[in-house]
Design a protein around this ligand. Structure first.
Ligand SMILES: Cc1cc2nc3c(=O)[nH]c(=O)nc-3n(C[C@H](O)[C@H](O)[C@H](O)COP(=O)(O)O)c2cc1C
Length: 325
């Protein structure tokens, strides 16, 4: 056992206590497998995939590596393919944005480990009682959809204290070895990084989106409800791009009163239009005004200075971490 290993590693069958966040449609099989091959836990956000695409993604990961990986369901939407994922033998399932208790018996029966992203003490207590295998503690610094209203360094010790023997993974705004060291010093057994891995060669994010993450500082992000097309009333952290700034400049009006509402800002590779205020992050193959689309980013963008491979990101984290010990 290297000193970096925690009981979470043994529980999930991974070498390093580093988890890739399931960053929706920009985290595909290439990124998940590259992260797992590097010794961490690769992830795919599969909430919006149909069964055929899900099974193809799982197959694509397995074609690269037999190592564990996770898939995530955001329970603001029905987890329609959960049964298929379990049948296919996915080793780790995580849930967020909803109550996972109705699904826990079938996940357990399949033998998969289950993690739940929690954002407050009440939710954490409930998941400890429900028997989650690990908790992901999300702070308000996180990129993407954010339920947390508390800074990570304030929330994490509270969650660790009530979790007892259940491992807690820290998430939200993390991108460096120093962040890892701080998370471990507060009792976390792992870290989960989303934005950092979006800015990787293997992610499916559009190159201009990746470059925006490299340029942005923490203060260039906002926690907002601006990009709610497709997922209403769900707060998210994004880069304060021109769509956001033009909306903010006129008083952040509600749906129906927003500047440029209904504009087509670009196209998916299928030719389908992407409308302003849609929650779709720009992926490779999309065209149009990429900068005006929904650019999810955690405050972690502050520490992202270049697009790297998954392996390089993990090596950099470990090198930085070593200098903090
Ligand atoms: C582009 C993007 C998409 C995301 N999609 C999901 C998702 O589908 N399900 C989920 O549970 N979390 C999602 N998240 C949130 C992550 O799980 C995690 O809380 C967050 O990335 C941590 O903050 P960080 O981005 O600063 O590392 C997403 C985050 C980003 C940046």
């Amino acid at each position: 056992m290297t000193t970096l290993q925690t009981p979470l590693c043994e529980r999930l069958g991974i070498h390093l206590p580093i988890l890739q966040a399931p960053t929706g449609s920009v985290a595909g099989a290439a990124l998940a497998s590259a992260v797992s091959i590097a010794g961490a836990l690769g992830a795919m956000g599969v909430t919006w995939l149909d069964e055929t695409s899900l099974l193809a993604q799982i197959e694509a990961v397995r074609a690269e590596t037999p190592l564990p990986f996770m898939v995530n369901y955001a329970l603001a939407f029905p987890p329609a393919t959960l049964h298929a994922a379990l049948q296919a033998g996915v080793p780790v399932i995580t849930f967020s944005w909803g109550d996972p208790t109705p699904y826990l018996p079938q996940v357990r029966a399949s033998g998969a480990k289950v993690g739940v992203q929690i954002t407050n003490t009440q939710g954490a207590r409930r998941m400890v009682e429900a028997g989650a295998d690990f908790l992901i503690c999300q702070g308000l610094e996180a990129g993407g959809h954010v339920q947390s209203t508390t800074p990570l360094w304030e929330l994490l010790p509270q969650i660790v204290a009530l979790a007892g023997a259940i491992p807690v993974v820290a998430a939200g705004g993390l991108a460096t070895g120093a962040d890892m060291a701080k998370a471990f010093s507060l009792g976390a057994q792992g870290v989960l990084l989303g934005t950092r891995f979006v800015a990787s060669h293997e992610s499916l994010a559009h190159d201009r989106y990746k470059q925006s993450l490299v340029s942005a500082k923490a203060a260039d992000t906002a926690l907002t409800v601006c990009f709610d097309g497709g997922w209403e009333y769900a707060s998210h952290r994004v880069i304060r791009n021109s769509t956001f700034q033009n909306w903010e400049a006129v008083g952040s009006p509600p749906i129906g009163f927003r500047p440029g509402e209904g504009d087509t800002v670009g196209y998916a590779s299928s030719g389908e239009p992407i409308l302003r205020y849609e929650d779709t992050a720009p992926r490779t193959g999309m065209s149009g005004a990429i900068e005006e689309m929904c650019l999810y980013a955690g405050t972690s963008c502050e520490a992202i200075h270049s697009v790297l491979s998954a392996q390089e990101i993990i090596t950099q984290l470990l090198t930085e971490y070593a200098s903090y010990r």
